[in-house]
Design a protein around this ligand. Structure first.
Ligand SMILES: [Zn+2]
Ligand SMILES: [Zn+2]
Length: 370
């Protein structure tokens, strides 16, 4: 039997033949990045490969990295292994990574959702022998409503608040959720204001050519009268802070897949909980895995144990693997994602140099596929 094309190592998901990692959690030479969330795109790798639309957010978050970007479907070679990226439908620029060597095909999903959100490229199933899948919401209780229905509720709630002359604060993750909310708001109700970290992310996306609805950055000068009748897009880290309280009176809504659980809204002290996720729900996960036609499926993060058991029961060869991917919908999200200023300087004692790539015996860099 041929040696597996992927190994699960202490540094992350590794392709020994190609000598590269996918979303490594420790610094390595070559990292293919599925998307710009902080648990997948970490600082300290020598070379990065990602989708074009992740470019500006990665540079904003990680500083001056050696980054090559490619289009969906474009092929690059690394030590004889063919690599291509395919839409994951999770956030703008998110990709599944397909690798092929001597007829063996693996797909690493990163995070994904199956519903087309109209903001990022919709998920595309990719045929493979081995599929490495997330399963953040791999329990039957997680079944999402069509997003239009959900945004109708959001807009109705905002309109009601505006009629009552109070501000509306809506909380969502800064890359993904925030833009999805922004693009689905009914702007005839009022203006959209943004917290600084969300606006920084919006600006990075706009530099990348993404057209987003108009937003107004909240500054220390922004008065509460100015934002009344308007909606404020805020990150999870701002909940309960003086930054948010200064806009009182307001109604506060929280958007997350976890809102499907009893008590979640109360625990976040929210007035409204909207079940909105950038991850696949229970049926989305199963249909996505099924569509790959894979022989084996590996579950990296989420409800890995029960979901692996369920998949085995329905006839998949499913395995649970241990990784360090986090949960971008939890209020206790991975550090650095929500900081006002991203860390741009290397840790003490480490030097970062793109030059190193030219001295590597394999030639470094990502070669173009023939
Ligand atoms: Zn993510
Ligand atoms: Zn993730």
């Amino acid at each position: 039997m041929a040696k597996p094309l992927i190994e699960f190592t202490d540094n992350g998901i590794y392709c020994p033949q190609g000598k590269f990692y996918i979303d490594p959690w420790k610094p390595v030479d070559d990292a293919v990045i599925t998307h710009a969330h902080s648990d997948h795109a970490r600082w300290g790798n020598k070379r990065y490969l990602a989708h074009h639309l992740s470019r500006e957010v990665l540079l904003y978050r990680l500083g001056d990295i050696s980054l090559q970007t490619i289009e969906y479907g474009e092929k690059v070679m690394k030590n004889g292994v063919e690599i291509s990226l395919h839409p994951a439908g999770h956030v703008i620029g998110s990709a599944q990574v397909r690798i092929e060597y001597k007829g063996q095909v693996w797909v690493i999903s990163g995070d994904y959702k199956t519903e087309d959100d109209g903001v990022c490229a919709p998920f595309e199933p990719v045929k493979c022998h081995h599929f490495i899948s997330e399963c953040t919401f791999g329990m039957p209780v997680f079944q999402w409503k069509p997003q239009q229905q959900l945004f109708d509720e959001v807009n109705k709630w905002w309109r009601g608040n505006a009629e009552n002359n109070i501000a509306t604060v809506i909380v969502g993750y800064l890359l993904g959720k925030a833009q999805r909310i922004l693009q689905n708001l009914d702007l005839s109700i009022g203006k959209v204001y943004t917290h600084g970290v969300i606006e920084n992310t919006n600006e990075a996306l706009r530099r990348n050519g993404i057209i987003l609805n108009e937003t107004h950055r909240i500054t220390p000068e922004t008065s509460k009268d100015e934002v009344r009748k308007c909606i404020i897009l805020a990150p999870p880290s701002s909940v309960g802070t003086p930054w948010m309280r200064r806009f009182q009176p307001y109604s506060f809504g929280y958007c997350s897949g976890w809102m499907a659980l009893r008590g979640a809204k109360r625990r976040r002290a929210a007035d409204r909980g909207f079940i909105l996720s950038d991850h696949a729900d229970w049926s989305g996960l199963i249909s996505a895995i099924d569509a790959t036609g894979c022989e084996k499926v590996y579950l990296t993060h989420g409800y890995t144990a029960p979901f692996a058991r369920y998949l085995s029961e329905i006839g998949f060869d499913a395995h649970e693997v241990h990784t360090l991917f986090g949960d971008d919908e939890s209020p206790n999200q991975t550090p650095s994602e929500d900081e006002e200023a991203p860390s741009k300087s290397p840790p003490e004692g480490e030097t970062f140099s793109a030059e190193l790539s030219s001295s590597s015996p394999s030639g470094g860099g990502w070669e173009e596929a023939i």
